[in-house]
Each structure stands twice: as C-alpha cells, then as structure tokens.
Design a protein around this ligand. Structure first.
Ligand code: ASP
Length: 326
C-alpha cells in the first residue's frame, strides 16, 4: 500500500513537472568560450527555441575547459528537470578516446535530445602566411617544421581533433607545437593578430573572418566541396588535395541530465524539432556554412544511435593516430 502510494505520488509529481516545464529560465551550457562556433550555434538556437517553449528565458552559460568535458560534466551532475541542457559538438564522441579517464559516462549519464546541425571545418592560417593556396600552404608547413604552431580549443576539442588528423594525414616528421585555448573564439583573435600560425575550425567561426579578409583559408575538411556556399565554394577539399579519405564534419547535439522525466524530454525535443524547421534559423546557419539536420538524428533514439556509431568510428581514427589528451 505504502509503495503504491509512493508510486502514485511520484507519478503525480512527474506529470506536474512536465506540465509546468519550463518553470524557470533554462540554461544552455556551452563547454567553450563565448563568441566561438559552439556558442554561436547555441545562441542562434536559443533565440529560436524559446518561441517554442512559451517564450521561456534561455541563458547561455560558457563553462569551458578540458576540451569540453568540464561543461559536459556540469550538465551530467545538474538537477534532471530539463532546465540545464548541454549543447556540444563531436567532442561528445571524440573525448572518450582522447581522454583515458573521463569524469562521466557519455552514453549513460545523459538523456539524448537530438542533433542540431552538421558543420564543415576549414583549415585556416594567419594573414601574414606567405601561402595563398593549399599546395603552397602544405609546402610552407613542411619547410618550416618545428617553427610553426597550431591553436585549438583544448585537448579533445574539434579543432584539436582536426589538427591531429591533418598532421597525421600529411605525415609531418615533427608535429606542430599546439596552443590550447578555452575555445576557438580567443584562438581566432590570436590567429588574426598573428600570434598563432594555423587553426582548423568550424565554418560557424571562420566564414565571416575569411569573408572579411582577416585570415587566410586553404581547404575544407568535408568529403565534398561546399559548392552551395558563396565563399566556401572557392576552397578545395583535403581529399582533392591528395589526403585520401580525409573527411571531418562536426555536428552539434543537445543533452539533458540522465533521469530527466520523459514528458519533459518530449517537450524539449518537440521545441527542438520545430526550431530545426524554422526558416530563419536555417538561413542563419547556412550563411555560416552549417546545415540544419532534417534526418532521424533529430529524435532522441536517432541521436543516441548516431553518437554511439561516431564514438566507435572516432576511437579507431584516434587510436590509429596514437594521440591522447592525457
Ligand atoms: N570550435 C571549437 C573546437 O575546436 C569549440 C568552440 O570554441 O566552440 O572544438
């Protein structure tokens, strides 16, 4: 009887939690610095998603460090009520291979809410680099081994992963010195200023800088050229430049702490799916080279299946490169 009463009460509380949701401001935790590519995706999404959540206030909190794992850990440990959500990229699947000790279990400690977008990366350099084409760039890097550095957003970040994969693919005798930032927003400032030489970063951060002539771009990391984008269509893929099978696309997803009630998950996923159909959001993302997801990865099940697959694939790539973050 007692057990039945407890069950009934918890079912009532559960239903009430969903009905009231959101009952206070929602926080999107971005595990990188403000102004960078993940932050840009989260802020554009927050602006759209609030319209589908009774005009709730959505605050973006930047909890940077350790390649994104600090922010992710924060969400894994937050109250499972749907008011604290994580917006993170491919690092969700890359960090388990890059870090041999993780503070949380990526496939067990979260509720998966849906994938947001796919984002190409670009290989870019400081404006003072003498090269103007990918070929000249690769030759220049080869001729200056040991003298140049590569900026990234922390060990385990997408820019770190891309830098590792590119150096592995071009087979440099000596890997570049790397400089870790708390996100690629501060790294971009140093690239523009010439303090760092090279970076591989998402188009959501590089497109406007390339268009403004503040940095040089040499190649895109996708398998196919970005023919539909007015600026990015001018750059070759790394495959076209001879790096066989090089293909790296970043995706962003949204996560809640494990144990968030199913009706709350449904409300968030409905709002997310509605946002992914919003023409203004799609247009803003497209201008930055990002493609808003339309396939089954927008569902919690599809999202989790995709991340599981990516985790396995990236493990193979990272182990082959023999590189670790710790
Ligand atoms: N683009 C960064 C990365 O390399 C992350 C960021 O600053 O949003 O992972």
């Amino acid at each position: 009887m007692k057990a039945l009463l407890a069950l009934t009460l918890s079912t009532v509380a559960f239903a009430a939690a969903a009905q009231d949701f959101p009952s206070k401001p929602i926080t999107f935790v971005v595990p990188f610095a403000a102004g960078g590519p993940t932050d840009t995706v989260a802020r554009q999404l927050a602006e759209t998603m609030r319209k589908h959540l009774n005009n709730a206030t959505i605050v973006v909190e930047n909890a940077a460090g350790a390649g994104g794992t600090i922010g992710a850990n924060k969400v894994a440990r937050a109250a499972p009520d749907g008011h604290t959500l994580l917006v993170w990229h491919i690092g969700m699947a890359a960090t388990p291979a890059l870090y041999r000790k993780m503070p949380y279990k990526p496939l067990e400690d979260f509720e998966y809410l849906g994938i947001i977008n796919d984002v190409p990366m670009t290989l870019v350099g400081k404006p003072q680099l003498p090269a103007n084409t990918y070929r000249d760039f690769e030759n220049y890097i080869r001729a200056n081994q040991g003298k140049l550095n590569l900026g990234h957003a922390g060990l385990g970040s997408a820019s770190h992963l891309c830098g590792l994969m590119w150096q592995y693919a071009v087979k440099l005798d000596k890997s570049m010195a790397t400089i870790a930032y708390r996100g690629t927003a501060p790294a971009m400032n140093d690239l523009i200023g010439g303090t760092i030489d090279v970076m591989c970063d998402q188009t959501t951060n590089t497109t406007q800088q390339i268009e403004g002539g503040r940095i040089k771009a040499f190649a895109v990391t996708t398998a196919k050229p970005l023919s539909d984008h007015p600026t990015l269509k001018h750059y070759p893929t790394l495959q076209e430049m001879g790096l066989k099978d090089f293909n790296l696309t970043i995706w962003h997803g949204m996560y809640a702490p494990k144990g968030t009630p199913a009706p709350v998950i449904k409300k968030i996923n409905d709002a997310l799916q509605a946002s992914l159909k919003d023409p203004d959001f799609i247009k803003k993302q497209a201008a930055l080279g990002a493609i808003v997801v339309k396939d089954k990865r927008v569902t919690p099940e599809g999202h989790k299946a995709f991340v599981t697959d990516q985790t396995n694939k990236l493990k193979t790539v990272i182990e082959a490169a023999g590189q670790y973050a710790d």
